[in-house]
Design a protein around this ligand. Structure first.
Ligand code: HEM
Length: 515
């Protein structure tokens, strides 16, 4: 057969297979009474949401089709829940059915083939990982023992802002990312990686600070992209958007770094022998890895995958939230003034704010909650996957359906919130509502078995950074600047344009000098 004939023959075969698959899928799905939703386009489904701000487009669609809506992403059915009732159904009553995660290229290529916590499938390995988080990595005792790290890093931020920015325009996000990255790398790996190059024993450069920062940003971005091959697996090999190539490059670079980190930690364990004491989370993970009694073996890949997960999960989210909080406050000077008044009253101008002050700072706490209501870092949480057929309100949700819980819509639901688009921290004063996964009106960290295990750490970093930024400086927009509140969508939902503001110190100079 000549080449053109072969090509057209293969084309016909492919088209027939796709057509038959689509027919079979439709027929199978007719057996179910699926929730309402927009009509999918042939073969690609509702993938036209790519390239938009998906949470806003999906929010608009769910206004039309209701709080339980059916979408189709390529070959996969997707169900969207966007009310308190639906959030409870997916994350509480039937949590165990929706505890799985879909398979994605990011999971395959950037998390050692799903060996991490976030993308690992439901099962004994993941359950054990959650237990490690609860009892060891994020126990109240461990978080308390790292309080000095958070204090030192927040003070370093305040000192840097004073020295580098007083009276000048600063790009806040740069400072915030440095704090959260330093806090997390010190807690997880025992040191900072933004100050100098990392070298191996022979002196060869493993990574530079710029490269390390780039790797974190790239990891976050690639974990949040809507990769076409994840929805249409038969197109996966083409890597139409070039994401898989980037993931492979990133995972190679990260692996080189993580190998070094694990080697360094193992070497200290060996060297110190009996006198060895656990200092950071990698030490804890290596201890688990050497435990012969562990139900499911945690191997070297697992240690590297967990380490990477903790760094990625702990970095961007806090910085994004604090940046949104300050943006909202710059739009509402009266709210900013109330926060300052509370800080002056409770803390006074003679010292910095500590974590111990937080229970007395109810207005600052309300600002954090209000920010998370309007700007949840993950507006549709991280996708879940149903493990078996279920039904709700007469509609069927077949096994293998991807589930998105629209916490963004719930946070703006006029049935739940008065003037939902308004930034009004007062709504939380004297309210029982919290962000800890028990109140389904407000779920920035999710809820149930897959809820964010790092929520308590994330909250501590956000609260103490924000409180000190408000306490230590006056804030204003540069002259003539109209603040845009546009966002971009990815694994997190940061501001489209980084916040630029003018800061002026307002506490005695010696406090900044000590910072
Ligand atoms: C502002 C701070 C943070 C926010 C808003 C946030 C938000 C979230 C959300 C929405 C999820 C998905 C929950 C679900 O599927 O229901 C999640 C999962 C996760 N988060 Fe966070 N997070 C934050 C901080 C952290 C920190 C500090 C860490 C670790 C150092 C972390 C590690 C993780 C991990 C490992 C998962 C996956 C859990 C699993 O699949 O079992 N997060 N986070």
């Amino acid at each position: 057969m000549e080449l053109p004939q072969l090509a057209s023959f293969l084309g016909v075969v492919l088209a027939t297979v796709l057509f038959l698959k689509a027919v079979l899928r439709r027929r199978r799905r007719r057996q179910y009474n699926l929730p309402p939703g927009p009509k999918p386009w042939p073969i690609i489904g509702n993938l036209n949401l790519i390239g938009t701000l998906p949470h806003r487009s999906i929010h608009a669609l769910s206004k039309q089709y209701g709080p339980l809506m059916q979408l189709q992403f390529g070959s996969f059915p997707v169900v969207v829940g966007s009310s308190v009732e639906m959030a409870k159904f997916f994350l509480k009553t039937h949590d165990v059915v929706f505890t799985d995660r879909p398979k994605t290229a990011a999971g395959r290529y950037t998390t050692y083939n799903y060996s991490d916590i976030t993308w690992s499938p439901y099962g004994a390995y993941w359950r054990q990982a959650r237990k490690m988080c609860l009892t060891e990595l994020f126990s109240a005792k461990r978080l308390e023992s790292y309080e000095y790290i958070r204090r030192e890093e927040v003070l370093a931020l305040l000192g840097d802002l004073y020295r580098g920015g007083a009276g000048r325009v600063v790009v806040l996000k740069d400072y915030l990312s440095t704090v959260s990255l330093n806090v997390i790398t010190r807690m997880v790996m025992g040191k900072k990686y933004l100050e100098k190059e990392v070298r191996d024993e022979a002196g060869a450069v493993i990574t530079t600070p710029e490269e390390f920062k780039w790797m974190i940003d790239e990891l976050f971005l690639l974990n949040g992209v809507l990769n076409i091959g994840d929805s249409i697996p038969w197109l996966d090999w083409m890597d139409l958007q070039g994401y898989i190539k980037r993931m492979k490059k990133l995972s190679k670079m990260f692996d080189r770094f993580l190998e070094h980190v694990v080697d360094e930690h193992s070497e200290r364990r060996r060297r110190e022998g009996e006198s060895f004491v656990v200092k950071d989370m990698v030490d804890v993970l290596l201890q688990f890895a050497s435990d012969p009694g562990l139900e499911v073996k945690l191997n070297r890949e697992g240690v590297k995958a967990f380490t990477q997960d903790l760094i990625a999960g702990g970095t961007e989210s806090s910085a994004v939230t604090v940046e949104w909080a300050l943006s909202e406050l710059l739009k509402k000077p009266e709210v900013l003034a109330k926060a300052t008044e509370e800080l002056d009253r409770v803390v006074g101008r003679g010292r910095w704010v500590t974590e111990k002050d937080m229970p007395s700072l109810s207005y600052v706490d309300a600002i954090v909650k209000e920010t998370m209501r309007l700007h949840p870092v993950a507006p549709m949480l991280v996708p879940r996957l149903s493990r078996e057929d279920t039904s709700i309100n007469g509609y069927d949700i077949p096994a293998g359906t991807r589930v998105l819980v629209m916490v963004w819509s719930i946070g703006r639901d006029p049935e739940l919130w008065e003037a939902p688009e308004e930034f009004m921290p007062e709504r939380f004063l004297g309210s029982r509502l919290d962000v800890k996964g028990q109140d389904y009106e407000l779920l920035p960290f999710g809820s149930g078995r897959r809820m964010c295990p790092g929520y308590s750490l994330g909250l501590k970093v956000i609260q103490v950074s924000l409180a000190n930024l408000l306490h230590g400086f006056t804030w204003r927009l540069p002259d003539g600047v109209e603040l845009s509140m546009e966002e971009i969508f990815g694994l997190s939902t940061p501001r489209k344009y980084p916040l630029e503001a003018v800061v002026e110190p307002k506490l005695p100079a010696h406090l900044y000098a000590e910072a």
